[in-house]
Design a protein around this ligand. Structure first.
Ligand SMILES: NC(=O)c1ccc[n+]([C@@H]2O[C@H](COP(=O)([O-])OP(=O)(O)OC[C@H]3O[C@@H](n4cnc5c(N)ncnc54)[C@H](O)[C@@H]3O)[C@@H](O)[C@H]2O)c1
Length: 338
């Protein structure tokens, strides 16, 4: 297939470009690089032997996006392009509504106009808000606990409404749990700007000596060791799920949400210990107060994705830590290293 990958220079998008290329799909990337680096194209070339076409475009620029669709023939779109930092979304909600929601509307309009009606969308477990129970399946109640989560919920709803209005549309929303790790080459990985929002990149930066210690928010949760439990999934498993989703679109009616997780919870301290074993480094940490809005344990029931996509996560926590560490130690400053 010829696939337009919006936000394809980012963390999950770049790994998905590798998985797509390995399956023989042709990729065109659209990205405005607001949270990524053009260096990615050269890294993808080194991994796959072929750099994808990369276009510097903001998906809200309807005219330019329209020209991309009218000048090419795409079989489907994968939509990663969004801002994703929860804390920042609380400070700048309008930026998040504009980028994520207006961006998605512009993309859906451009697809509609070009007659491209197959979409794989990057959603998130954040659409489950504060879940009533775990594991979480796709029928669990949806809610938003912050502006970022609200944008993901609205983006899913927009896609659902477009599919309901026109049965020719086929869309899968992939609700990611906690993506971590990197491509085993160490050439691509997560390269956060400033202070990392997520646990694994923070652990990596402590291990490499860029930050003094990890703050663990809460040591008195009702979990195995008192620290928060999440469902970490290797980014290459996630990338491969996108290929499966793309190839499953033909059989989908309307809008289908699917969880992408391992289905097993791992605590903060379990992850720290696995990382120490994989890296041979010590990760100093301090247990501090819980953060407002956090919950004890979140993990997926991934059975529906397994059934419909014929996909299952196969990499374990040791793989995640080893690959994250290889990326971090080869690129201590992320793509800023060139
Ligand atoms: N990483 C996670 O933990 C996680 C978890 C759940 C869901 N998601 C979702 O997955 C998607 C990808 O996440 P990621 O971790 O790869 O993030 P990322 O920031 O690395 O990638 C997003 C990419 O989209 C680009 N982008 C953003 N707005 C754009 C716009 N208006 N026009 C063009 N390009 C734009 C950015 O430059 C970046 O390259 C996001 O939609 C995010 O909400 C991520």
């Amino acid at each position: 297939m010829r696939v337009l990958v919006c936000g394809g220079a980012g963390y999950i998008g770049s790994h998905t470009c590798v998985a797509l290329a390995e399956r023989g799909h042709e990729v065109v990337v659209v990205d405005n690089f607001c949270n990524s680096s053009p260096v990615v194209a050269e890294r993808l070339q080194r991994i796959t032997g072929r750099a994808p076409d990369v276009l510097r475009i903001d998906i809200r620029d309807a005219q330019t996006l329209g020209r991309v669709f009218s000048g090419d023939r795409f079989d489907a779109v994968i939509h990663f392009a969004a801002l994703k930092a929860v804390g920042e979304s609380c400070e700048k909600p309008l930026d998040y509504f504009d980028n994520n929601i207006a961006g998605t509307i512009a993309l859906l309009k451009a697809m509609q106009a070009a007659g491209v009606r197959r979409l794989v969308f990057s959603s998130s477990a954040t659409v489950y808000g504060d879940p009533a129970s775990v594991p979480i399946d796709e029928d669990a109640a949806l809610s938003a606990t912050n502006p970022y989560g609200r944008t993901k919920l609205v983006m899913e709803q927009l896609i659902g409404d477009v599919c309901a209005a026109d049965p020719a549309w086929q869309a899968i929303s992939l609700r990611y749990f906690n993506p971590v790790g990197a491509h085993p080459s160490g050439l691509i990985g997560e390269s956060p700007n400033g202070i990392p929002n997520n646990l694994m990149p923070y652990i990596c930066q402590v291990a490499v000596g860029k930050r003094e210690r990890l703050q663990v928010f809460g040591g008195d949760w009702p979990t195995v060791d008192g620290t928060g439990v999440r469902d970490y999934i290797h980014v290459m498993d996630l990338a491969q799920a996108h290929v499966h989703a793309l190839e499953a679109l033909d059989g989908v009616q309307g809008h289908l949400p699917l969880n992408l997780g391992v289905g097993r919870g791992v605590s903060v301290l379990e992850l720290v210990r696995a990382f120490e074993a994989a890296s041979g480094r010590t990760v100093p940490y301090a247990i501090v107060d819980r953060r407002a809005g956090d919950v004890a344990a979140v993990y997926a029931d991934p059975a529906r994705a397994e059934r419909i996509l014929g996909w299952r996560a196969i990499r374990d926590v040791d793989d995640m830590c080893r690959d994250a560490w290889r990326w971090q130690s080869m690129n201590p400053d992320g793509y800023a290293d060139g």
